[in-house]
Design a protein around this ligand. Sequence first.
Ligand code: CTP
Length: 386
Amino acid sequence: MPTSRRIETDLAAAVSSAIPGLDRLREAAAGAPLFLVGGGVRDLMLDRRPVALDVAVKGDAAAVAQRLGGDVLEHERFLTAATRLGDWQLDLTSTRTETYPAPGALPEVKPASLEEDLARRDFTVNAIAWPLQGEPQLIDPHSGRSDLESGLLRVLHERSFVDDPTRALRAARYAARLGFELERRTAELLKEADLGSVSADRRAAELLKIALEPEAASGLQLAAEWGLVRPRHGAAELLPAVDALLAQPPWSEIAARPRAMLVAGLGPVGRETELAAAAPSRPSEAVELARDARPEELLLARAMGAEWLDDYVRDWRHVALEIDGSDLVAAGVPEGPAVGRGLEEALRRKLDGKITGRDQEMRVALEAAGQGGAGNEDPEDDDGVA
Ligand code: CTP
């Protein structure tokens, strides 16, 4: 049963304090009615900071954006214009309706009333408007406020997921982020959402948005539980483990979090199982195993329990020789594979702590390259050069 939330009642005060540039925006509207809509109203009512501000304009959104100035990005086809208002990303939209020429296709857009504009939206909690001029009064024709209080995601009509199946993935993102649940009928309708009718690019873009959230692990898990994506084997354990590793160095520096979370949740499967099963007995062996692995493979293998990879990413992968190929060539080694052999062997010995310093590196490298009679640095060590 969803819990009840405290909802901000003094929205006028919350809006003015969150958006210090409001007067500039009102001026730029030049009389066109403005409404805060979507995530902006939802988040301020939940006492959260919105990601961006969505403002619906009864009139020409692009003209308002132009009068505000800044780098305006217009999408004439969608009647939208984006710019900045102080620290805020501001998305201005002329109030509009959307019709979907085919399920999953991008909508065709026509100017419309605010009420029609709210009615085209995904969930009731995103279909609330707050006027930015005149009488301060919530415009909430779909009872979004009551769903906000109850923590419920409810679609506005039966065909919502047919029109735009990406809304199912949006639901997973909001549910994870806000700790909301699907209203019963919405959950039934969501089961029928056919993401196959959406282009691969749009699907990938929605999944990336989930992966970018702080609650990415639970968003991807919900998407899997709801049958929207096919999880990789072990995703339920891997996602939180990978998330925890990514919270601090060294792993936070190894892999980009969104991509790593997607791979942990959905694949593709790479070399991680092989790396996780390995138990290298010395650093040179660890480097040999890990050096060609992709960052996500390393991270996932660590999440599967390969603790040796901590040393690899922190220290061993940074170990480099003081000498290079040109030193060997200058000492008489012919250019070609012998140079590589020499350097490889010197690096192995250095990694395993058998040699230090330039002179010892040179001796081992020359010997491994087939030049010079340097002896083994460590008489105990019989795994030396050929
Ligand atoms: N919207 C929709 N259906 C979609 C995409 C967007 O109905 N497929 C509507 C919703 O009302 C949404 C608003 O457009 O609130 C703005 O979209 P977006 O910025 O993607 O959503 P936000 O809720 O603002 O998300 P976030 O908080 O992540 O910015």
